[in-house]
Design a protein around this ligand. Structure first.
Ligand SMILES: [Zn+2]
Length: 396
């Protein structure tokens, strides 16, 4: 990027960089620029922008004393450098600076300003008292690259319908597999948006990406599935998520969005309202939204079923809760294969517990069948064979 001749700087975080990147790449259309004070008021009043649902004003209001000093003393037309983690990431030409109320801002985003909400405390720290609008440049190419990858995939199979699914796959289990396959039955191309949050409480993004890619490459028609990274910043938080997901998917070129029942933005509304009311909240965004049925394992049907098609009661059902399956993996326990495909469990355990199996050769050769075939078994080979052994039953 060409350097800008100014020593006045705004310090922004990675979340702001990714949000500005989405805006610049046209993925939040019809919002194509930072909102000024008048637009901010309009969006606050109507929750719409140019006839399209938009849950809160899209503004840049970085916190911190230095930022506040700069913003309160800037003039129209001044260029400010944008820095993130000591790296120059862009610049903004100031059009307007106006005061905002950080607490109100947080409430607009999360629907609450109560600090017990996990996002509220975090976001309060990053929202300042002033917002700035104006033309800007940002070094963030990921969104554009993803857009091009989707376009290329669509052209290569001449896709008529492209369906978006937002996935955390933390971890990828059998109900995810079913959701993806069922979606593929009804569309030409599936775009899996793998969410990349800014918190580290989960399986790392790298492991989740590796596992999802392995599944797509080995078990799905590869030319009909694209994996795209979606940095999951504060703009997707809480009850606004469905609106932003729909908008981003539409602008990436998808004409359908499939939402799983455990989707955060849905869960909150799903319990209280019908499907219809969720879709009603998404106005002016030309995309078909479908909420998938819930999948469970039924021990009477002895298979994965939709709760709509199984006559047995809840007490026969095992639900696919990612957090509980993740809990098993974090304890080093292999999840049953009805919950998770063995290759995927093995990959994750290898990543979570590097080199933990001592004397693997002896263990492998002593307790596993066809032991002679592999001379130096890896942890992965060991897990796979062990899982197969768990599934072996005695005939007597
Ligand atoms: Zn059943």
């Amino acid at each position: 990027m060409e350097s800008v001749k100014t020593d006045r700087t705004l310090f922004i975080d990675h979340e702001a960089v990714s949000a500005l990147g989405l805006l610049k790449a046209g993925l939040l259309h019809p919002v194509t620029k930072l909102m000024g004070s008048q637009e901010t008021e309009d969006v606050l009043r109507d929750a719409q922008y140019k006839g399209c649902s938009f849950p809160f004003p899209f503004i840049l209001s970085p916190s911190g004393i230095t930022n506040e000093k700069v913003l309160s003393s800037t003039a129209v037309g001044e260029t400010l450098v944008l820095m993130c983690d000591s790296v120059e990431v862009g610049y903004i030409v100031v059009d307007e600076v106006f005061e905002i109320n950080p607490k109100k801002r947080v409430k607009q985003i999360y629907g609450t300003d109560h600090e017990s909400h996990p996002g509220v405390k975090q976001t309060l720290k990053r929202v300042g008292n002033y917002a700035v609008s104006g033309d800007f440049h940002i070094d963030y190419k990921e969104a554009l690259r993803a857009k091009q990858a989707i376009q290329k995939a669509k052209e290569s199979i001449d896709a008529k319908h492209t369906t978006a699914i937002m996935v955390a796959v933390n971890p990828l289990h059998r109900a995810h597999e079913r959701l993806i396959r069922q979606t593929l039955d009804n569309t030409d191309l599936v775009v899996l948006y793998l969410l990349k949050p800014y918190t580290q409480d989960n399986l790392s993004f790298e492991i989740r990406h590796k596992v999802l890619s392995y599944f797509v490459e080995n078990f799905l028609p590869q030319n009909r599935v694209v994996i795209v990274t979606l940095e999951h910043s504060y703009i997707f938080a809480g009850h606004n998520e469905v609106i932003l997901d729909a908008l981003v998917a539409k602008n990436y070129g998808c004409d359908r969005l499939v939402i799983g029942q455990h989707h955060a933005g849905v869960g909150m509304y799903y319990t209280q309202h019908s499907n219809q009311s969720i879709c009603d909240r998404v106005k002016g965004i030309d995309i078909e939204i479908k909420i998938s049925n819930e999948f469970v394992y039924c021990n009477e049907c002895t298979t994965l079923v939709s709760t709509h098609t199984c006559p047995h009661g809840k007490h026969h059902h095992i639900s696919y809760r990612s957090d509980s399956i993740l809990n098993l993996l974090q304890c080093g326990i292999i999840p049953p294969v009805v919950l998770m495909r063995k290759e995927l469990s093995a990959m994750i355990l290898c990543e979570l517990f590097v080199g933990r199996i001592q004397n693997i050769d002896k263990l492998y050769h002593d307790i596993l069948p066809s032991a002679g075939l592999i001379e130096e078994p890896s942890d992965y080979d060991f897990y796979i064979k062990l899982i197969e052994l768990y599934q072996t039953t005695s005939l007597t």
